[in-house]
Design a protein around this ligand. Structure first.
Ligand code: NAD
Ligand code: ZN
Length: 246
């Protein structure tokens, strides 16, 4: 692993336009469970019952009670993985983070250009009139919370079965095809079309570096290499090495 940390630091040192693609794995060290893998919500719930748009339409209170509460996004703080990516931006390396996460932790850590591919739980949207509310300003002790029009409020996030917002998709393709290195951190790379972005980057000539404790469908196929480990620990080591050589 030491060799790969050194390799990643050298690759970052010679890169100038880095894009990161992140997934639920980068937030597990902040106490937010992922969907898949060890400790994931799918060990306890059927995805179709809590994260599909049909489930939300059929029983919003159930989705609120399980998904929104289990994800604990309102109380979580950034960890070393998020902070490492924010440092890379400060160092002038990282330009954009494409995240599949809905927890707002990249912005909280200090990254300024974050594409929220699957929307966010920081905002709620009325299912009737589309009025938006900041989640922290809404009383969510009443489940499901309601709009002033009486409609039910839902997270302004993309559920399974829904389309990716056009601007997020368009900009993600843009930054993926324009980077010289893509860091792929904490994603199982099975949710489409997010998982296409490393392929777009690779086809445009970028290096693709994965950080994940497990292999993914990108490993050995698309990624130049996988650094096997937890995002926080690996990012700390990479940044330390990068600061030594640059
Ligand atoms: P996923 O749940 O499918 O996979 C998580 C991945 O993270 C796995 O590959 C796992 O090996 C890896 N991982 C676990 N711990 C890690 C660590 N400490 N460091 C690095 N990697 C680690 O996640 P996904 O690929 O993002 O897809 C799931 C979808 O669910 C996303 O689209 C997202 O919208 C949503 N989701 C978001 C959050 C969040 O906002 N924090 C949490 C759960 C799910
Ligand atoms: Zn309304």
């Amino acid at each position: 692993m030491d060799d790969l940390i050194k390799q990643a630091a050298e690759d970052l040192a010679s890169a100038s336009k880095v894009t990161a693609l992140t997934g639920a794995g980068i937030s597990t060290e902040s106490g937010i469970p992922p969907f898949r893998g060890k400790g994931g919500l799918w060990e306890r719930y059927d995805p179709m019952e809590i994260a599909h748009i049909d489930a939300l339409m059929k029983d919003p209170a159930k989705v609120w009670n399980i998904l929104v509460k289990e994800m604990k996004v309102d109380t979580a703080n950034p960890n070393d993985g998020h902070r490492g990516l924010a440092k890379l931006e400060k160092m002038g390396k990282l330009k954009t983070v494409i995240t599949q996460n809905v927890d707002g932790l990249h912005q909280a850590a200090g990254n300024t250009d974050v594409i929220e591919f699957h929307g966010t739980f920081a905002w709620l949207r009325c299912m009737d009139c589309s009025r938006k509310y900041e989640t922290r300003e809404v009383d969510i002790s009443q489940i499901p919370p309601r709009c002033i029009c009486g409609g039910i409020l839902r997270p302004d996030a993309v559920f399974f079965g829904e389309m990716i917002p056009q601007d997020a998709l368009w900009r993600s393709r843009q930054v993926a095809s324009d980077c010289d290195l893509m860091l792929v951190v904490g994603t199982s790379a099975v949710v489409q079309p997010a998982a296409l972005m490393p392929i777009v980057a690779k086809e445009s000539g970028a290096k693709v570096v994965e950080i994940n404790p497990e292999k993914t469908p990108l490993t050995d196929e698309i990624s130049d290499y996988l650094i096997m480990g937890a995002a926080g620990d690996v990012m700390n080591q990479i940044i330390e090495k990068l600061e030594q050589i640059s």
